[in-house]
Design a protein around this ligand. Structure first.
Ligand SMILES: Nc1ncnc2c1ncn2[C@@H]1O[C@H](COP(=O)(O)OP(=O)(O)OP(=O)(O)O)[C@@H](O)[C@H]1O
Length: 230
């Protein structure tokens, strides 16, 4: 099966003015299409950095990143933007919704950027995410859990190849967080999206099939449904 993403010896670090600090140190990873993976690791271990590299928000110091069947080695900014618009969904801890817009317009906005219209799939997302009746409400008037459910709909509206989520339940209480996780994993599966999710919560990680840990700049596979069954 084709992979959704591969890292070959990817390294990334940052200068704090005088010194270079290595964060990712020759990371090797493969996300197979349809994988759902929870990424954990200590604070500062580089989880968000890894997601940022996969989305092209940051560029690796060395190594190579493949997305789908393409190497990103020579991608320019416009190619990364095109990839993000068409093939990527991103969910952040802080929701990052367009606050002057209502629920429906927040979900439709990224679709319009790629020339797509509202579809039965979008309506399905609204219904499943419990947003029916709230379509015309400003997102500022929603609870945190409702806002994150809008963010899930927005991220999946174009059925992205890859869904990246950075602590999507970090700002929610436990019950809203688990509800969002359950819907996110079910709808990502319906969309056919591969999921890589950063989380500090073992309960959230349990919604994913595989569990990776980032430690000392490298990925360790902690568990997978396949290996549990083996
Ligand atoms: N743009 C940047 N400039 C300088 N240093 C950075 C930058 N981005 C990240 N870092 C540093 O890289 C390290 C890894 O950061 P990152 O945010 O990826 O960790 P994390 O595992 O996601 O942490 P947390 O769980 O606390 O969110 C940290 O030491 C951080 O300060």
């Amino acid at each position: 099966m084709a992979s959704a993403a591969r890292f070959y010896q990817v390294s990334k670090g940052f200068n704090d003015g005088s010194e270079y600090h290595s964060v990712l140190d020759g990371v090797e990873l493969t996300l197979e299409q349809g994988d759902t993976i929870a990424l954990t690791g200590p604070s500062g271990s580089g989880k968000s950095t890894l997601l940022n590299l996969m989305a092209g928000f940051e560029i690796a110091d060395s190594g190579e990143i493949e997305l789908g069947t393409e190497s990103t080695k020579h991608w320019k900014d416009n190619k990364w933007s095109e990839f993000r618009r068409r093939q990527l969904g991103v969910i952040f801890q802080q929701f990052n919704l367009l606050t002057p817009l209502n629920v429906k317009d927040n979900i439709a906005f990224p679709l319009h950027l790629i020339g797509q219209d509202w579809s039965p799939w979008c309506q399905h997302l609204i219904d499943k995410l419990g947003l029916s009746g709230l379509e015309h409400r400003s997102v500022e008037q929603l609870s945190g859990g409702q806002q994150q459910r809008v963010a899930v709909a927005r991220a999946l509206a174009h059925k992205p190849m890859l869904l990246l989520a950075d602590e999507p339940t970090g700002n929610l209480d436990q019950s809203s967080g688990l509800q969002v996780m359950s819907l996110l994993s079910e709808l990502a599966s319906e969309a056919g999206s591969t999921v890589l999710m950063v989380t500090h919560s073992s309960e959230c990680a349990a919604f994913m099939q595989r569990h990776w840990q980032l430690k000392q700049g490298k990925i360790l596979e902690v568990s997978s449904v396949q290996s549990k069954e083996a």
